[in-house]
Write a protein that binds this ligand. Sequence first.
Ligand SMILES: C[S@@+](CC[C@H](N)C(=O)[O-])C[C@H]1O[C@@H](n2cnc3c(N)ncnc32)[C@H](O)[C@@H]1O
Length: 366
Amino acid sequence: MTSTNAEDAASPESRRLERPAFDVLGRLVFAAAAFQTLRAACETGLLEQLLDAPDGFDRDEIGTRIGLRGRWLDTLLTAAAAAELIRRDRRGRYSLADEIAPAVRSEEWSLFTATVAFEHHFSYRGISMFTESLIRETNAGIDNFPGRAGDSLYVRYSADPKLRQVFYTYMRAWSRIGGPVLWDALVEIAPTRMLDIGGGDGVHAIAATSRMPGLEVTILELPENVDVARARIEDEGLTDRVSVVAGDMFATSFPDDHDLVLFAHQLVIWTEEENLALLRRSNAALPIGGTVLIFSSMTDDSEDGPFIAAMASLYHAAIPVEGGRIYPWSAYEGWLKVAGFSDVQRIRSDTWTPHGVIVAKKVAEV
Ligand SMILES: C[S@@+](CC[C@H](N)C(=O)[O-])C[C@H]1O[C@@H](n2cnc3c(N)ncnc32)[C@H](O)[C@@H]1O
């Protein structure tokens, strides 16, 4: 019989059963604190400093190196050890945890820390409204970013240069971590003119043109953010091969002189209806045999993971626009069929991120 009294429920037998369950749940309750421990360990340089310490550093030496002392230092060191980022040996010396060291030592580390900064400045700020978003069936977390009602996150952050920089530093980093699967697929397809919808700071246009000498790219990007890609394309000396056009992907006509349309980290933003509209617009712009390529994190068709894809969906539900999602592969395949594409191919990334690519060919006008 179910007890209604909390004290009755705390018998030794029920405690024995309940304890493992609460151990799992306890880690989730304190997941926000674990994340902030990771952020502090990145931003103070704790993890990088410990790379120089094969025999460990004692507490005071670490404190001097990262500029913290007293209980502030102790709080961070204890939390970082409990989160298994660092370890403390019997002599009281601190080292990087063996499992973490290869990542901190890798070339990808600065890309990873850009991701941590984004999670803090964007995701945490808005996903606190995830439950409200579900109940109200709208992106309730957008209210935590100043701006006019109805404006997307992409318009709102354009008014705050520091925030916009955090966004594009992250977007470039996330695109570079997952990007190889996309860039290899592009080389295989060998397009001559690529239309990059919502191309951000031009990260994929730059990577693709550097791999394919004959390729030309048009980036379509919001007027509020078009300067970001323009500056980078100019820095890279690519203005003769990459043009950056200001427009709204739902209103500006897609130019019809391209043989590949790229949606990179793009269709996760929008609703099913909007994605169908964007794929139909792609169909109208491409010749028969032309390619549409979708690159982003993907949810498994079993809809129970991967973990990062499932968690990243909260950001899309709560913040940027009315509500997108890290969709399963099969959702894209269904929309592509309706929008006149066939010969659909899936390519999974082998990175720690859940990135993947879907390639499809236009077979019919719709
Ligand atoms: C998630 S970022 C992806 C950037 C880039 N494709 C990448 O993979 O790194 C989405 C981009 O789409 C742009 N964007 C959002 N709404 C748009 C619209 N209606 N028309 C054109 N671009 C848009 C944003 O300004 C932002 O740069």
